[in-house]
Write a protein that binds this ligand. Structure first.
Ligand code: FAD
Length: 291
């Protein structure tokens, strides 16, 4: 099938894009890497009358550090962020998360902002940003709104982005001295996950857990944070037994997805396994930092 007809604009600045978004109203949609939107257009699952292409706006695709904050432009390609030494050193969880997003050709076009705005429940980037407690910077003709990650993803393909707004930037606090891991189970490498787990671990000087974060994705409309598990790990030396005991506190009632091909029962089995692997891998990497 071919897309329904649409009018196409390619603004050169964010201001121009916001003007267009306001003047074209609810029939307009922005396009970033097109990796999700183009198939939706082709299948006529989306039929915008106007497409506003963000690809020619350089100010939206920079990664820079200001003090302890990393600013990531929404149009930063996933491949660019994955190859970025700044991201690898300062935001290791984002690096490991992006390794699991699609394939080299989809990452070459797909953007970080597009992935977050699309809000596929199985996408890795919303889980990563939740683990980092990142801030999403939304711009419109009315000004700027800063939305914390835990208020940004609202449900399946649903975010806090209001009509007239563009996700312009993601702001994340640098975390250079911690271990991180994103582990997932998918049918083939690059496929969307059946369950994923993102973990961040930082250690005290004596090797015990100073702080940890655990997010499980692809099991509910939004990624799930499990603070009870990570609180139980604080002050402990990591071992398989310690992590397994803490994971007993994972509230599996929060898992929701139950499809014909992947049952809720199966997700409740693999979710904790992914979480255990992610926590132990993050811990090993954190230990490596101390050596
Ligand atoms: C074969 C294949 C495999 C894939 N596997 C994975 C995977 O394993 N994990 C994963 O996470 N993703 C996967 N994806 C999806 C991919 O990561 C997409 O890049 C991503 O979902 C959308 O990013 P995009 O830049 O292409 O956005 P687009 O497709 O251009 O846009 C997606 C949606 O977001 C909106 N949007 C885009 N940018 C903005 C913005 N700045 N502000 C407001 N709204 C915006 C658009 O209007 C549209 O509704 C896969 C895609 C393909 C084709």
């Amino acid at each position: 099938m071919k897309p329904a007809p649409f009018e196409y604009f390619a603004p050169r600045t964010l201001d121009e894009a916001l003007d267009l978004l306001e003047s074209e109203g609810s029939e307009a949609r922005v396009i970033a890497g097109g990796q999700s939107l183009v198939p939706m257009l082709a299948l006529r699952l989306a039929r915008p009358e106007v497409l506003i292409d963000l690809n020619r706006i350089p100010e939206l695709s920079r990664i820079r550090q200001e003090g302890s904050t990393i600013h990531i432009g929404a149009m930063t390609r996933q491949a660019h962020a994955l190859a970025s030494s700044l991201v690898f050193e300062q935001l290791p969880l984002l690096h490991y998360g992006l390794q699991n997003v699609g394939h080299p050709p989809t990452r070459a076009r797909g953007t970080l902002g597009g992935s977050l705005s699309h809000a596929d429940p199985a996408a890795e980037t919303p889980a990563v940003m939740l683990a980092y407690k990142a801030d999403m910077v939304l711009k419109s003709k009315q000004g700027e709104r800063i939305i914390p990650a835990d208020e940004f993803t609202l449900g399946t393909f649903d975010t806090a982005i209001e009509p007239g707004e563009i996700l312009a930037e993601i702001r994340v606090q640098a975390k250079p001295n911690e271990g991180a891991a994103l582990v997932e189970l998918s049918r083939r490498k690059g496929d969307f996950a059946m369950a994923s787990a993102a973990a961040r671990v930082s250690l005290a000087a004596d090797g015990t857990c100073a702080e940890a974060h655990l997010i499980v994705g692809a099991v509910a409309p939004v990624p799930l944070r499990f603070d009870a598990v990570t609180d139980a790990l604080k002050g402990q030396k990591f071992s398989e037994a310690v992590v397994r005991e803490a994971l007993e506190l994972m509230d599996l009632e929060l898992f929701e997805f139950d499809n014909e091909d992947i049952s809720l029962e199966y997700r409740r089995k693999i979710g904790p396994v992914m979480a255990e692997r992610a926590l132990l891998q993050a811990f090993k990497r954190a230990e490596g930092m101390q050596k």
